[in-house]
Design a protein. Structure first.
Lengths: 276, 103
């Protein structure tokens, strides 16, 4: 058995009626929107080992710095530690803690995948410690509901970006995009499963409604400014298909529908926003 | 200690929560109940200026009602001392909802 087959086997033996949560979501059809580039651009395609144009490589590294899930990124591993801390201190049952452990296992799988990609790209980058810069990764998590929102919103952001990587001009990223998208969508569904449990009581729903004011603006802010000067460059080089405003709009439509299904009121989309 | 971390520490101190030593290579901090020492959450050090104060202030009602904070009740008691009038309004708004809302 190859190394990857062993990992796949271990992963498949972890399957239950519930886990992985992406199975149910994809069984009902493609859960995510397709992003189609609306501008004319050259058809770039670069594989590992090829010389990369300077601007292309700089943008690719910038994108991967934000992504963060690399074995050589000790801040990512530290963040995973905080996830266990939260589960141990705040989660209500062993079943939920085990789901969180499955999440961690998959994120560590991504850390291996992105490590391989980083090693193929730039050895110094593969070893670089890059703490998450966006404030969404730093918001206080003081209850199981906070953690549920973190996964529902933040992992979904990862799923949307991974969906866009299906068309990436960087072949190693394009090859792993479907797995990352599927897993991250599953992590978001885990958060949504937690939220469904939480909102099943009046107290839980009141808590979730109040905490939504903290997480909703952060979630929308994660896509960056709508007028980002880098967005057209990413699109030109085939590293992204659409700009920040377009992907945020599609994301907002997705989360709004699911939040309304929980019986929650949507916050004003401009309230407490930092990056419009 | 950075200005942001100091802001976080002060904001949480007001409601009876103590910032622990840095964890996860200095990026994240455990939040501990200032009454009994139990872990009640965590927070990172890349919040934007003013954000920690705003978040903790907006969560006042939740601490006051016991929907957030330690099971020992320290944050509920601390918020009552901090602003008795606001605390009473929180009880009116969230009173009776406490059971089973958090873990």
């Amino acid at each position: 058995m190859s190394e990857m087959e062993i990992i796949r086997d271990a992963e498949e033996r972890g399957r239950t009626d519930l886990w992985p949560l992406w199975r149910k979501a994809y069984a009902q059809g493609d859960p995510l929107p397709k992003f189609v580039c609306q501008v004319s651009r050259p058809a770039h395609r670069f594989d590992e080992g090829q010389a990369l144009p300077e601007e292309y490589k700089a943008l690719l590294l910038k994108m991967l710095r934000h992504e963060g899930e690399r074995a050589g990124n000790k801040s990512f591993l530290g963040f995973m530690g905080t996830c266990l801390d939260i589960a141990e201190a705040l989660f209500p049952s062993r079943e939920m803690k085990l789901l969180k452990a499955e999440y961690l296992a998959e994120e560590l799988k991504h850390a291996i995948m992105f490590h391989r990609l980083a090693v193929g790209l730039d050895h110094d980058f593969a070893l670089r410690d890059v703490p998450y810069a966006h404030y969404a990764f730093h918001l206080p998590r003081e209850t199981w509901a906070d953690d549920a929102y973190f996964h529902f919103f933040v992992d979904l952001n990862g799923a949307f970006h991974a969906r866009d990587w299906r068309e990436s001009s960087y072949v190693p990223l394009q090859k792993m995009s479907a797995t990352v998208e599927r897993d991250e969508l599953g992590h978001s569904e885990m958060g949504y499963y937690f939220l469904t449990e939480i909102c099943s009581t009046r107290a839980g729903r009141a808590l979730a409604q109040k905490l939504l004011d903290k997480w909703y603006p952060a979630a929308l802010d994660m896509f960056g400014r709508s007028d980002s000067p880098n967005a057209p460059k990413f699109i030109h080089w085939g590293l992204k298909s659409v700009g920040n405003a377009e992907i945020r709009q599609a994301y907002k439509a997705y989360v709004d529908r699911k939040l309304l299904a929980l019986g929650l009121d949507l916050p004003d989309e401009r309230k407490n926003r930092r990056f419009l | 200690m950075s200005e942001i971390v100091e802001e976080i520490r002060e904001a949480y101190q007001a409601v009876g929560i103590r910032l622990d030593q840095p964890a996860a290579y200095g990026t994240y901090y455990r939040l501990l109940c200032a009454g009994c020492g139990r872990m009640v959450g965590n927070v990172g050090d890349r919040l934007l200026p003013g954000m920690a104060r705003q978040i903790v202030d907006e969560q006042f009602d939740l601490y006051a009602a016991g929907l957030l904070g330690c099971a020992c009740g320290h944050q509920r008691d601390t918020t009552q001392r901090l602003n008795p009038e606001r605390w009473r309004r929180s009880q009116a708004r969230y009173g009776g909802l406490t059971e089973g809302a958090q873990s």
